[in-house]
Design a protein around this ligand. Structure first.
Ligand SMILES: C[S@@+](CC[C@H](N)C(=O)[O-])C[C@H]1O[C@@H](n2cnc3c(N)ncnc32)[C@H](O)[C@@H]1O
Length: 284
C-alpha cells in the first residue's frame, strides 16, 4: 500500500466532479486512514462488515483553484485493501448517486453496493433494511460516515440506525461553519435546525446559562451532541478525542470530526488515526 496521499489521489474522468475547499484533503486522508484500519482489523472478527455513507457524494472531488482530483468518501471506503462486505450509499442528489454508481461500476464492479437516492433522514428505514440482521451465527458490524455540508443531520436518524445495532459513527459536525455563523437564526423558537440535530428543544435555556458563563458555542454543542449519543449507548470519551478541521486561510475551526463507538476497541483505531494526523489541530 502506498502513502495515504497517493491512495486518495484520483484522475479526471468524464463524469461530474464537484469543487471543494483545500481543507477537504485532510478530511479524505482521515476517512481513508480510518477505513483502512477498521476494515482490516475487523475482517476476521465479524461475518459482515458494513460501510454506510449517509451523505455519500459522487465519488470524486476537485480542490478549488488547483487541478488536484481526489477520491471522496464513498470511493475511499471501496479503495481499502480489505473491502467491506457490503456498502450502502445514500445521497439526496440523484445526479450524485447516478454518477457514483457509474464510478463504482467502472472501478469496483465486483463490490457489494446498494444505493439509496433521497434525503437520508427520510430514507433511514430503506437504509436500515439494507443492513443484514445480526445474530450469533451471522455477526454484523457497521461503520457509518455522516458528512453533510451543514448541521443538517437529525439525531433521530442516528438513533434509528445505531440504537439497536452495532454501528460506529464518524460524524462531521459543522459547529464553526454552520453553528457559529447562524446561531442568531437557530436560537429562534421557530427554527428547528439545532432541535433536530440534538433531538430535543430545551437546549436554548441551557445555552443561555452556558453563554453567560463564557462557554463557547462549539464546546456547548459538542457536549450536547455527545450527551445524546451517550443516551443511546455510545461512550463518553468522544468528547476528549475529536479532530478539529480548521480553514487554511483564516485558521478558523470549520468542522469537528467526532467518532462514536459503544466499545472501547473502536476508539483504539480512532486514536491511531488521530496520532497520525497531528498536523491538524486538536483542541477542546
Ligand atoms: C459535504 S458533501 C459530502 C460528500 C462526500 N461524503 C465527500 O466525501 O465529499 C454532502 C453530500 O450530501 C448530499 N446531501 C445533502 N443533503 C442530504 C440529505 N439530506 N441526505 C442525503 N444526502 C444529502 C449532497 O448532495 C452532497 O453530495
Amino acid at each position: 500500500m502506498g502513502s495515504t496521499s497517493n491512495c486518495i489521489s484520483a484522475e479526471f474522468d468524464d463524469l461530474f466532479i464537484p469543487e471543494i475547499g483545500s481543507w477537504g484533503e485532510n478530511k479524505y486522508k482521515i476517512i481513508y486512514d480510518y477505513n483502512s484500519l477498521f476494515s482490516k482489523g475487523m475482517k476476521y472478527r465479524w461475518n459482515n462488515r458494513v460501510y454506510i455513507d449517509l451523505y455519500s457524494g459522487c465519488g470524486k472531488a476537485k480542490i478549488r483553484n488547483t487541478n488536484k482530483i481526489l477520491y471522496s468518501s464513498a470511493l475511499l471506503a471501496l479503495k481499502v485493501n480489505d473491502q467491506y462486505d457490503k456498502y450502502i450509499f445514500c445521497d439526496k442528489d440523484e445526479n450524485n448517486i447516478n454518477t457514483l454508481a457509474k464510478r463504482v461500476n467502472n472501478e469496483f464492479p465486483n463490490s457489494n453496493v446498494k444505493y439509496v437516492s433521497g434525503d437520508c433522514n427520510e430514507k433511514i428505514d430503506d437504509i436500515n433494511n439494507e443492513i443484514p440482521t445480526h445474530s450469533k451465527t451471522n455477526t454484523v458490524l457497521s461503520f457509518c460516515l455522516i458528512d453533510p455540508y451543514s448541521l443538517a443531520i437529525k439525531f433521530d436518524t442516528i438513533k434509528k440506525l445505531g440504537e439497536s445495532r452495532i454501528v460506529d459513527f464518524l460524524v462531521l459536525l459543522a459547529f464553526g461553519m454552520d453553528g457559529k455563523r447562524n446561531i442568531n437564526s437557530y436560537i429562534q423558537e421557530n427554527n428547528n435546525r439545532i432541535d433536530n440535530l440534538l433531538g430535543l428543544t430545551d437546549w436554548r435555556e441551557r445555552w443561555k446559562i452556558e453563554e453567560e458563563k463564557g462557554i463557547n458555542l462549539v464546546t456547548f454543542l459538542a457536549n450536547e451532541f455527545t450527551n445524546k449519543m451517550v443516551s443511546i449507548g455510545y461512550r463518553k470519551e468522544t468528547i476528549n478525542n475529536f479532530i478539529s478541521i480548521r480553514s487554511d486561510e483564516k485558521n478558523l475551526p470549520l468542522y469537528y470530526l467526532m467518532f462514536f463507538s459503544k466499545h472501547p476497541r473502536g476508539y483504539d483505531f480512532w486514536e491511531k488515526v488521530r496520532g497520525r494526523n497531528t498536523e491538524w489541530e486538536f483542541e477542546f
